[in-house]
Design a protein around this ligand. Structure first.
Ligand SMILES: Cc1cc2nc3c(=O)[nH]c(=O)nc-3n(C[C@H](O)[C@H](O)[C@H](O)COP(=O)(O)OP(=O)(O)OC[C@H]3O[C@@H](n4cnc5c(N)ncnc54)[C@H](O)[C@@H]3O)c2cc1C
Length: 440
């Protein structure tokens, strides 16, 4: 190992960046780690993606907070790479650079009508209700009776569940005030959950599926003829286990029947591929075709039909947003990398490396593996004695940018918790408010 202590820069203070900072800090306790985020707040999708009524999942942020507060680790919030500091400049500053920018951009459906009013990507929609500044002003149209959510993952379930909950059921959440007001004013009666494949291929998890059963005003409608009698051949162990548990719950929902006294209906519709979104300026109808699943893939070919939909949300996955000069795999929508190596001295971890799959803890193993790779490379190449954060500090100063440090985040955190008044917190959702709170 070189006599130099390597200067490490991490771009993105989400789970992957925090797990990485922790792993490198443990292995190189004398090293200096700078962790950047484009937002004044850390924790990525733990703050901005995880559903506001899943506070238990958000507790992991406390562990990340301990990492950001460690000596040798520096949080630089409100610094967007590609806008405030160039990738090239980071490479000049740091011996080791790790890209952990996640995947924030919605994948498009690629069907006619996608740009009509009241059609949203789930990333935008979730950013809006979770108080991420980019989404704050989305103001989605929830003024109709029917909403179609396309996708069969947990994000689709999150959106349906939040819309289905009563204000009382949301009282212990940190759903932002603007979203609470919009949900209370909404008069949605039908929520469609549309999967291009069948219930066996759905990627939502059993705990999330079971939560629908606890919603007081919601009838969950499942057509029993869509549930297979027997498991298809060729499933892996994990998929089979998940599918068996999910089918058990879906059968229980199907057995409940219509529950017609309940004012909100969540309809599961499997094996249905969207073909077009139609409307008169805003969406009014979703046109679909039945599918069958062959080798795990949906094959359209059944008859065409349509459902009334006043709002459409697509929850079909995400792509990373590259900044200039970052090697990027446009087909996969990820940072171009070979098992975490991007180019000499540059690495990637988390969703921007693997694609948008896996829960928060899944990023830990990934970050640990990349940290091992970094240490192995440093052992052979050594650190080159780059200037590290001092160079970045002078560039930021020249450009009049004041990063939000860890103490700034602590002030934001305290202000939000105080504003919660019985709720976990009331998030500040505008950059200027966050920056004011960071000043204390
Ligand atoms: C809607 C939704 C709900 C989810 N719910 C759950 C759940 O309930 N439980 C669970 O375990 N998992 C959940 N997940 C998955 C979990 O959020 C991810 O596994 C995890 O957040 C991925 O971590 P990451 O660090 O790779 O990316 P991210 O969490 O996206 O973090 C990336 C960070 O990089 C920053 N960044 C991006 N570009 C730049 C730039 N140019 N300059 C500086 N910073 C930048 C971003 O601001 C962000 O803070 C959910 C995901 C979504 C989308």
């Amino acid at each position: 190992m070189s006599q130099y202590i390597p200067a490490v820069g991490i771009v993105g203070a989400g789970p992957s960046g925090c797990y990485l900072a922790d792993a490198i800090n443990r292995k190189l306790p004398d090293g200096r780690i700078d962790i950047f985020d484009r937002l004044p707040t850390p924790f990525g999708l733990v703050r901005g993606g995880v559903a506001p009524d899943h506070q238990g999942t958000k507790n992991i942020a406390r562990q990340f907070e301990r990492t950001l507060g460690k000596p040798g680790v520096r949080f630089l919030g409100n610094v967007a790479i590609g806008r405030d500091i160039a990738y090239r400049e980071l490479k000049t500053a740091y011996d080791v650079l790790v890209i952990t920018i996640g995947a924030l951009q919605d994948r498009r459906l690629g069907i006619p009508g996608e740009d009509l009013d009241a059609v949203y990507g789930s990333g935008q929609f979730v950013a809006w209700y979770n108080g991420i500044p980019d989404g704050r002003d989305l103001d989605p149209r929830l003024d109709g009776k029917s909403i179609a959510i396309i996708g069969n993952g947990n994000v689709a379930l999150d959106i349906a569940r939040l819309l289905g909950k009563t204000p009382g059921e949301l009282a212990t959440s940190d759903l932002c005030a603007h979203a609470r007001a919009a949900f209370e004013a909404a008069r949605i009666e039908d929520i469609w959950l549309i999967g291009r494949r069948g219930p066996v291929e759905a990627s939502f998890t059993t705990a999330e599926l079971a939560e629908f059963g606890e919603l007081s005003r919601v009838a969950v409608l499942v057509d029993p003829s869509q549930l297979p009698q027997a498991m298809p051949e060729g499933l892996g162990d994990e998929q089979r286990k998940l599918a068996e548990k999910n089918l058990e719950i879906l059968r229980a929902y199907a057995a409940r029947g219509a529950q017609s006294e309940r004012p909100v209906r969540i309809h599961f519709m499997f094996n249905a591929a969207p073909l077009a979104i139609r409307g008169d300026g805003r969406v009014r109808e979703l046109v679909l075709t039945h599918t069958r699943v062959e080798h795990g893939r949906p094959v359209p070919g059944g008859e065409t039909f349509s459902i009334a939909a006043d709002t459409v949300v697509s929850a079909i996955g995400y792509r990373s947003t590259p900044f200039p000069e970052l090697p990027f795999d446009a087909a996969r929508g990820t940072v171009a990398n070979t098992q975490g190596r991007v180019e000499p001295g540059v690495y990637a971890a988390g969703w921007c490396k693997r694609g948008p799959q896996g829960v928060v803890p899944a990023n830990r193993a990934d970050s640990l593996a990349v940290a091992d790779l970094i240490l192995a490379d440093l052992a052979t190449c050594g650190a080159s004695g780059k200037p590290g954060g001092a160079l970045i500090d002078s560039l930021l100063e020249e450009r009049g940018i004041r990063p939000v440090g860890f103490s700034g985040w602590q002030k934001i955190n305290a202000a939000e918790i105080a504003a919660g008044q019985g709720r976990p917190r009331e998030k500040l959702a505008r950059i200027e408010d966050l920056l004011t709170a960071a000043q204390g």
